[in-house]
Design a protein around this ligand. Sequence first.
Ligand code: PLP
Length: 370
Amino acid sequence: MNEAIVPFNDLSRTPPELADEIADAVARVVASGWYVMGPEHDAFETELAAFVGSEHAVALGNGTDALELALAAVGVTAGDRVMTVANAGGYTSVAARLLGAEPVYADISADTLQLSVETVTAALDALPTAPRALVVTHLYGAMAPVAAVAEVARARGIVVIEDVAQALGARAGGRAAGTFADIATTSFYPTKNLGALGDGGAVFTSDAELAATVRSLRQYGWTSKYRIGLARGRNSRLDELQAAILRVKLPHLDAMNERRREVHARYEAASSDVLRVVNHGSESFIGHLAVAVAADRDTVRAAFDAAGVRTDVHYPIPDHRQDWPGPVSIELPATDAASTSVLSLPIFPELTDAEVDRVVAVMDAIAGRA
Ligand SMILES: *Cc1c(COP(=O)(O)O)cnc(C)c1O
């Protein structure tokens, strides 16, 4: 009863060797006198592109800017529609609306909580004209069926964008998330699997022209120094300190993802009808979040709380039900059902086996196995 809390996440548990390496990287940048878009930044872009296997990585200020600039780069402008799902935290909707575009939604599969060929096809068929772009979000660390969905979209002339903010390092058939679309976006928000000590983001593309456009848009729309050549430019740069820190962490990403898979495998084994774990261990799942579905979420959550295990909900309010710009009239039954039944369990690389045991013990009790 007096046991310590099992936290939902704890970013202060950085292993000491890694913390030392980060401190060295910070000292290196401080001494260099170069704080924005210097050598660490350029080296990080090269290393990140190589990790994903795309021709270009363009580092940015955060993941929402990455979405906005990627949408702008593929030609989304005011009045265009952008299709996505409504259960992924709202980032794509915010980015689309910043461009004056209208987000439209495909429902999700009740099984995977991701879009599918069926849900995207139904949503496209319900529109009078095709959207300009489709953003495929790889949710919770699991890859959505991006190759199949991209085929459907491209046949209708729709540009495909992947959001890999929750799935960096996930692969399908050995090919990394972020290489299936025309352009992909990511975030280095501290809780992501590759997290900075602050904000950061990037886009990936193997299209040199798209990469050049995003490089221009991230710096005022400059086509050369002080010459503004493109509309919708802004300042969205990754600073040198964050780049140096991310360079330290990137080589550890696959191992950290593997530890997350290990934790998740314990939860998968304890999955039940009362609390169904959504995802399954594979190369295409990196355990960003450990999401389970419970018809009676309040009761289940209270059981975790009573045992000192912290949980969270990703996400409680679907995009079409947000206060701004107000309710969007569309039927998304699986999305609505997910918003009232999903529950996220603790998962991060530094979670101890003893803590995982405590989460599993609550899962066993809930399933009547105790
Ligand atoms: C975190 C996240 C974003 C936004 O990234 P920020 O860096 O916080 O702006 C976008 N999409 C997904 C799927 C995310 O998880």
